[in-house]
Design a binder for this molecule. Structure first.
Ligand SMILES: NC(=O)c1ccc[n+]([C@@H]2O[C@H](COP(=O)([O-])OP(=O)(O)OC[C@H]3O[C@@H](n4cnc5c(N)ncnc54)[C@H](O)[C@@H]3O)[C@@H](O)[C@H]2O)c1
Length: 695
């Protein structure tokens, strides 16, 4: 297979270099060529040692995951690894960049491993709902010990070369050329006649565990705090346990079986869907590929409240100086103090050094007049959610800021087109909708206005990447994508209370489904007063929530909301007072309460959201079903292993969802529950959202 793997000789050392841009993935042709190159080097009597390395920007960064849904083709990676392990000459892996997944597994099979400084090594399979499938779970603990191996495999996070050296994963760190360094190391091995030890034969780091099985349970407990509902961590633990008490080859078989089972399962499919959807979301329909983003050297944020402070931190964290504009000195001080408090807390947790806190804080410039922000290349407005306030601010910005400055609003619901047209530069205006807490949450809805210029959109995407967000471009619509669907869920959640459920029933059903929190616990956390004020402004009403607010129950901050909170605790406790209030309200409205089971509750909450998602697609507010999934996973805690609402819909089956929606429409009289035409059509054709052509 010419091209994908090069074999050359440097005297008596063979150098095998993978060359499969962009990341040297282990596709079938690479595996075939590797097997061929290793066989030739093994059989060549003039060759005394072999170096495995790669061309380009990284050593092998993993398997080719596009092959996962196709029939397996031999040689498998395990075949290649078995071949390498059978070789009686020193084999040195010389790695750099990101040897990940299969790339690390092949490295583990070599007798020696050296890495360039700056290399990050890891087994990220768990992030795709998988476990390593070519011996990683068995060789890694033998090299680095169970504690480190379990942490790496269960988190999926890579470790830097220096940690890898300390842990015994690699033998040396080099600077400079990987092939030359590999050759030099191989010659040293030959000269010193170092013994050839295979990872599979190492037992020294496991003997202690065999004597004391309790230690393994402790290691596992530490590393699985966040794996509720996930199959892959459970499987990883079982095969790691096999490393301790099953012979190596049998353990390899168990690993393989678990890998194949996970790969075929819905969870991994969902996680792979999100992996691709996230990358797909960065491709914007109608945005020419060569669109050049504007240069962003300085940013400004209007408002130092909950969102403004967090957004400003995002810029500072990326090293971008940021001016914060507030209405008065008190509000400014409060905002800056909160930011500093956040950084200090992070330093106290070991997330950054005290010196870093100072460095970050020096990037903020707090001011009370817009004029001082006029050097900024981008402004994000995060003031009160009122059109009057936005009008005044955007008129001011339009006057003060340079003609090329991008003006973004963090509005949750207001019309971005209307805001854009307040200015004389609507092409330079768009929405950048962050999620709370803005310095933590990864999602960024980028709202493309009717007039937004392509290079402005491209700049917003570049900024999103610079500040490490997951951007999804959406269109103008009330609540854009995420909040628009959330609103549908909230209306339904309240309706369930009136029909017969209690807050803990609704929340319990959704946490069992996999959300970290149900809607009522969530409302209590966010504060009930915000949406109450919004409803009052719109002349709308939510029977239960409004009565709670009228009674001064604003959620956690007042110790009472849908639940009761003991002082200092964030744990919601069911409150009999709320239960009687709900029962009395049902009675007053003439509703006969009846029990609702968890399955019904979940369907009543999720199916209408999916229906709204279908409308969002029909209207072109989101470009792809996967965009909606990414929004719900990263912004609203939809369980990752269910792949987001639209992917989940396909696993449930659209015709079942359509039929249920028709029943809900009849039961509730809510016309929005009538199936959206897109959902109806797909269901009739026996298709899913996944079948919609990629934009
Ligand atoms: N809180 C959230 O969860 C959330 C999430 C996404 C978007 N948003 C949106 O972000 C915006 C801000 O929300 P928030 O929760 O941070 O509100 P907030 O009340 O915490 O903060 C708003 C800040 O803006 C300041 N401000 C008001 N008018 C100003 C002006 N003319 N110039 C400068 N500063 C001014 C206020 O003094 C206040 O400090 C709103 O549009 C909101 O809809 C909020």
């Amino acid at each position: 297979m010419p091209g994908k793997v090069a074999l050359r000789h440097d005297g008596d050392v063979a150098v095998i270099a993978v060359d499969n841009p962009p990341v040297n993935a282990l596709s079938h042709d690479v595996r075939t060529a590797l097997a061929d190159a290793f066989t030739r080097a093994r059989d060549d009597a003039n060759i005394r040692a072999i170096v495995l390395t790669a061309q380009g920007r990284t050593f092998v960064a993993g398997a080719d995951i596009t092959e996962f849904d196709k029939p397996p083709m031999s040689p498998s990676l395990s075949d290649v690894i078995a071949l390498i392990e059978s070789i009686q000459k020193p084999v040195v892996a010389s790695v750099f960049g990101t040897p990940l997944g299969g790339g690390l597994e092949i490295t583990l099979a070599c007798h020696f491993r050296i890495a360039a400084s700056g290399t990050r090594l890891g087994l990220p399979e768990i992030k795709l709902g998988l476990i390593p499938g070519a011996g990683g779970t068995q060789r890694l603990p033998r090299l680095v010990g169970m504690q480190k191996a379990a942490a790496m495999i269960l988190s999926g996070d890579p470790i830097p070369a220096k940690d890898a050296l300390a842990a015994g994963l690699i033998d040396e760190i080099f600077e400079g050329d990987p092939a030359a360094s590999g050759i030099a190391f191989a010659r040293k091995v030959l000269a010193e006649k170092r013994p050839l030890t295979r990872a599979r034969d190492r037992e020294d780091k496991l003997v202690a565990l065999r004597a004391d099985p309790k230690t393994f349970e402790e290691i596992v407990a530490v590393n699985t705090k966040r794996s509720r509902g996930l199959d892959a961590p459970a499987a990883a633990i079982e095969v790691l346990r096999a490393a301790i008490d099953v012979p190596f080859d049998d353990a390899l078989k168990l690993e393989r079986e678990a890998f194949v089972r996970l790969r075929a399962g819905d969870q991994s499919k969902a996680q792979r869907h999100i992996f691709f959807a996230e990358r797909e979301a960065a491709k914007i329909p109608g945005l020419p590929k060569d669109t050049k983003p504007r240069e962003i050297k300085r940013a400004a944020v209007i408002g130092a409240g909950t969102m403004g402070g967090g957004i400003a931190m995002c810029f500072a964290n990326a090293g971008i100086p940021v001016t914060i504009v507030e209405t008065n000195a008190d509000a400014l001080k409060r905002g800056l103090d909160t930011i500093e408090k956040n950084y200090r807390a992070s330093a106290a947790r070991g997330g950054m050094s005290e010196a870093d806190v100072g460095k970050r804080m020096s990037l903020f410039n707090g001011v009370t007049g817009m004029d001082a922000a006029k050097d900024a290349d981008i402004v994000v407005e995060a003031a009160f959610e009122e059109m009057g306030v936005k009008r005044e601010i955007f008129e001011g910005l339009d006057r003060v800021m340079g003609p090329r400055t991008i003006l973004a609003t963090n509005t949750s619901y207001l019309d971005v087109n209307e805001i854009a047209r307040i200015t004389r530069r609507p092409a330079s205006v768009l929405g950048m909708h962050f999620f709370s807490p803005a310095n933590v949450m990864r999602l960024l809805e980028i709202v493309r206005g009717a007039d937004t210029a392509p290079d402005v959109l491209a700049t917003a995407l570049a900024v999103a990447r610079a500040i490490k967000k997951v951007p999804v471009v959406v269109g103008v619509s009330h609540g854009f994508v995420g909040n628009r669907m959330l609103r549908i869920r909230s209306i339904e959640a309240e309706r369930l209370l009136l029909e017969g459920a209690l807050p803990q029933d609704v929340d319990g059903a959704l946490t069992e489904f996999g959300f970290p929190m149900g809607p009522f616990a969530m409302s209590d956390l966010a504060g009930l007063d915000i949406s109450w004020r919004m409803r009052k402004a719109q002349g709308a009403r939510a029977e239960i929530a409004d009565q709670l607010c009228e009674a001064g129950r604003f959620g956690q901050k007042t110790g009472k909301g849908f639940y009761l909170y003991e002082s200092g605790s964030r744990a919601p406790r069911p409150d009999p007072e709320v239960e009687s209030l709900i029962a009395a309200t049902s009675k007053r409205l003439g509703v006969t309460r009846h029990p609702l089971d968890r399955k019904t509750i979940v369907e009543r909450l999720i199916f209408p959201m999916i229906n709204e998602g279908a409308r969002i697609l029909e209207e072109g507010i989101a470009a792809r079903p996967g965009d909606i999934d990414v929004i719900w996973i990263y912004g609203y805690g939809f369980p990752l292993w269910r792949g987001g609402p639209m992917f989940h819909a396909d696993t449930v089956g659209l015709s079942y969802i359509r039929d249920r929606l028709r029943e809900f429409a009849k039961q509730t009289g809510d016309k929005r529950h009538e199936p959206a035409p897109l959902l109806d059509t797909l269901a009739s054709e026996g298709r899913g959202f996944g079948s919609l052509a990629k934009a």
